[in-house]
Design a protein around this ligand. Structure first.
Ligand code: NAD
Length: 358
């Protein structure tokens, strides 16, 4: 029996609790199959926390997350809180939790399931074999540099500064090399070193660290070229590492290769193994409470947690294989179904995946 790992569960709003419940079912099945052991603790977060505690991120939820080995998050938000002042909005809780937990990278896999190739806007033969991860720096760059307005020669000017220091680049690049090591051992570092000084620093740091990872094949790709190559040869990428704004754009582009938001998992990582795992989608208020949400994004987030935080690669593979086999057998939730009348519900999809796990 493996050590008991503490999982902080913050299901949140809308479909959050529905999809998280299925992910926990899958985790419990891996306890049975692989001798893993988890202790689940549940906390309030987002809109529900605003209603019950008067704040989107109660201190006790944050303390629970800090004491955990990993966090499983559903989704937050909804129309009920949309017109609240900033400090009483669920999204403010999301920014707050990332900051408080020191999470500096966002990891977004984009993997094509063969049987869903037709859901993408790209040709199936271009997508064949696509299985990549975008590692995005989250805490630096132009989003966090000085911003101001000034009187320019011809009227008003606006300035956003892009700042990176060596430490910020080093820690994320090391993380990306480590992730590449657990996969196909290819890393694409994306920058704009032909124009930007921060990119030249980025590239210098990458080149300095690269010899520590002789087993990983490194390529430098300019961001504009990367945007093109993701559409032209997506299957050739394994791990892509890049700064905040480039990562924001490229991770959305990569996500759309797969065609469905209900399938996309993500992780936010800090120093060490700790991570926060969540589906890319939001709380989907339009379908909340109907039992029709696709739980696969959250279930695949568990597989990501097993790989990145716990090194439970076999159990992760079993989850990913089970998802693939259930899809291959033709089962679909409504969002990915061609014939919606035959679609399965959230719980049924969870049950099918649990039953397919080996
Ligand atoms: P959304 O991702 O919630 O929904 C977009 C569309 O995709 C909707 O039609 C929804 O029904 C569908 N969808 C999403 N997830 C699905 C799933 N698992 N299965 C089936 N269909 C699914 O985005 P939105 O509508 O722009 O935002 C709704 C709320 O969620 C907002 O309050 C927003 O702020 C919040 N949000 C939260 C997060 C987060 O918690 N990390 C992320 C994005 C949006």
């Amino acid at each position: 029996m493996a050590d008991t790992k503490k999982i902080a569960v913050i299901a949140g709003d809308g479909i959050g609790p529905e999809v998280v419940a299925e992910a926990i079912k899958v985790m419990k099945k891996t306890e049975e199959l692989y001798g893993l052991s988890f202790e689940f603790e549940h906390g309030l977060f987002g809109g529900i926390a605003i209603d019950e505690k008067g704040t989107p991120l109660p201190q006790e939820t944050l303390d629970m997350c800090k004491a955990a080995d990993a966090v499983l998050l559903g989704a937050v938000g909804g129309p009920k809180w949309d017109n609240n002042p900033k400090e009483l909005r669920p999204e403010t809780g999301l920014l707050g939790i990332r900051k408080a937990l020191g999470l500096f990278s966002n990891i977004r896999p984009a993997k094509i399931f063969d049987c869903l190739k037709d859901a993408s806007t790209l040709k199936p033969e271009v997508l064949e074999g696509t299985d990549l991860i975008v590692v995005r720096e989250l805490t630096g760059g132009i989003y966090f540099g000085d911003k101001f307005r000034r009187e320019g020669a011809n009227g008003e000017e606006a300035v956003d500064t892009c700042v990176y220091n060596v430490h910020e680049v080093e820690r994320i690049v090391r993380q990306a090399f480590e992730i590449a090591r657990t996969r196909r051992k290819k890393l694409a570092s994306v920058d704009k070193a032909n124009v930007l000084e921060t990119s030249r620093l980025w590239r210098e740091v990458v080149n300095r660290i690269a010899p520590e990872y002789p087993d990983v094949e490194l390529e430098h790709v300019l961001v504009d070229n990367c945007a093109m190559q993701l559409l032209r040869r997506p299957a050739s990428f394994d791990v892509i590492v890049t700064e905040n704004m480039f990562g924001d754009i490229l991770s959305d582009e990569a996500a759309m290769l797969t065609g469905s938001i209900g399938m996309l998992s993500s992780a936010s990582l800090g120093e060490g193994a700790f991570g926060l795992y969540e589906p890319v989608h939001g709380s989907a208020p339009d379908i909340a409470g109907q039992g029709i949400a696709n739980p696969i994004a959250t279930i695949l987030s568990v597989a990501l947690m097993y790989r990145l935080t716990f090194g439970y690669h076999e159990a992760a593979q079993s989850i990913e294989d089970a998802v693939a086999s259930v899809l291959d057998a033709g089962h679909r939730t409504a969002d990915i179904a061609t014939d919606r009348s035959k679609a399965v519900g959230t719980q049924q999809m969870g049950d099918l995946i649990v039953a397919a796990m080996k």
